[in-house]
Ligand binder design. Structure first.
Ligand code: ADP
Length: 399
């Protein structure tokens, strides 16, 4: 019986997943998709590796459906679809591993207890990541589950890039910059080595622009700086998150405006960013479609924030050889890519407008000092690779 694994990336309103069989060349993708609209209008689409639609379903009146019953249905579908295979593990994206965990870990009750402590550091993700692990454990108590951390790729950042200018008593307790979207950046680094090995050796700025948005400065495929920090709130303006703001705003809101800690958390994570500035939507497509001037202002601020953060990372890299755009906006939105690149002309970025609009892989002009590429990310594959590697390693050490 061929062995198989399932990758799960469980977020606040969506669950992305992939099904893989394990062979001598590592994980082979057989099917995958996304369950989205959790809490509003849940819908699921699963396709085979060949692009055939295997399941498409929308839950009418599904606003009350929580993650657990939807995940149950998805997991049951996956188990049925893989019934000729032996499902040996489920790999999960776990956003925060704190200062103790960065390499993929076999999950047990003790680990789950430790990871619970980081829920307040990633309230949009960590509770859902861990709830998915618990739900699978309830359904299949003996199935191996592996936690793959978004912080892992940035673990080796230079000490100076991970330090926060706080008193040592706090930095010694783990108050530092961790960085996130690590599974995405690790995949991008891997793909870039295949697509353009020379550029992969250089100074590359990877821009993961989705609902959550961040950038990573890579030298030789290794993270040397990134825009997110202690939490996934720092850096770029995002769908509903502020990105970097003067921390004095928080102090003032609490001391003078009577905001509770919970209200501040909700403001910074859920009510700000594109949604807060536009008053229209957190979704970039909706903002492009809107005639509201606040929607245009939100887009302008998003671009400004991205270019400003990019410029800081170019400083960390001491120059720039390449930019990689990825995730929902980065992969699909030529207007945003062009606007960010225009603000980086000072760094030698020259975009090929035609290539950008037509969805080409390389979107910079031949006379550009900086190669600009679009690479679709695949966090689920990265989770599958880590899960498979850990299985192989454990087998190796068992024998
Ligand atoms: P998540 O962080 O939830 O994984 P995604 O990577 O799916 O987010 O990105 C979601 C964002 O991508 C939304 O703002 C959405 O509007 C945007 N997006 C997706 N497709 C397109 C498109 N074709 N054009 C412009 N924006 C898009």
């Amino acid at each position: 019986m061929t062995r198989a694994i399932i990758s799960l990336n469980s977020g606040s309103s969506s669950i992305k997943f992939g099904l893989y069989t394990l062979g001598p060349d590592g994980p082979r993708h057989v099917a995958g998709g996304k369950l989205e609209g959790i809490g509003t209008s849940p819908r699921i689409l699963i396709r085979s590796d060949e692009g055939e639609v295997l399941l498409e379903k929308q839950w009418m009146d599904g606003a009350g459906l929580t993650h657990e019953p939807l995940l149950d249905e998805l997991y049951d579908w996956a188990a049925t679809h893989l019934n000729r295979h032996e499902v040996v593990a489920v790999g999960h994206r776990v956003v925060h591993g704190g200062s103790r965990f960065w390499t993929p870990q076999r999950v047990d009750a003790a680990l789950l207890g430790e990871l619970d402590a980081f829920c307040s550091l990633a309230p949009l993700h960590q509770p859902h990541n861990l709830a998915a692990i618990r739900e699978i454990a309830r359904k299949s108590p003996h199935l191996l589950q592996i936690a793959c951390f978004d912080t892992g790729f940035h673990h080796a950042m230079p000490a100076i890039a991970s330090h926060l200018a706080l008193p040592r008593t706090l930095s010694d307790r783990g108050f530092r910059r961790y960085g996130f979207h690590g599974l995405s950046y690790e995949y991008i680094a891997l793909r870039l080595r295949e697509l353009d090995p020379i550029l992969a050796q250089g100074r590359v700025l990877a821009a993961h622009l989705g609902n959550g948005a961040s950038m990573c400065a890579m030298r030789g495929g290794v993270s040397i700086d990134t825009t997110m920090g202690f939490t996934a709130l720092d850096g770029l303006m995002m769908g509903t998150r502020t990105g970097s703001i003067d921390p004095g705003v928080v102090v003032h809101l609490q001391l003078q405006e009577g905001f509770s800690a919970g209200e501040v958390e909700s403001l910074l994570y859920r009510q700000s960013g594109l949604l807060g500035v536009s008053g229209v939507s957190s979704d970039m497509r909706a903002l492009h479609a809107s005639a509201d001037p606040h929607a245009a202002e939100a887009i302008e601020l998003f671009v400004w924030s991205a270019a400003r953060q990019a410029s800081a990372l170019i400083g960390s890299l001491e120059g720039l050889d390449g930019i990689i755009f990825t995730a929902g906006i980065g992969e699909n939105d030529p207007i945003i890519r062009a606007a960010i690149c225009a603000r980086l002309a000072w760094a030698g970025v020259r975009l090929d407008e035609g290539a950008n609009v037509s969805g080409a892989d390389v979107i910079s002009r031949s006379d550009s000092d900086v190669t600009v590429r679009v690479i679709p990310t695949d966090e689920e594959r990265m989770i599958a690779m880590h899960t498979s590697n850990l299985l192989e390693h454990e087998q190796g050490t068992d024998s």
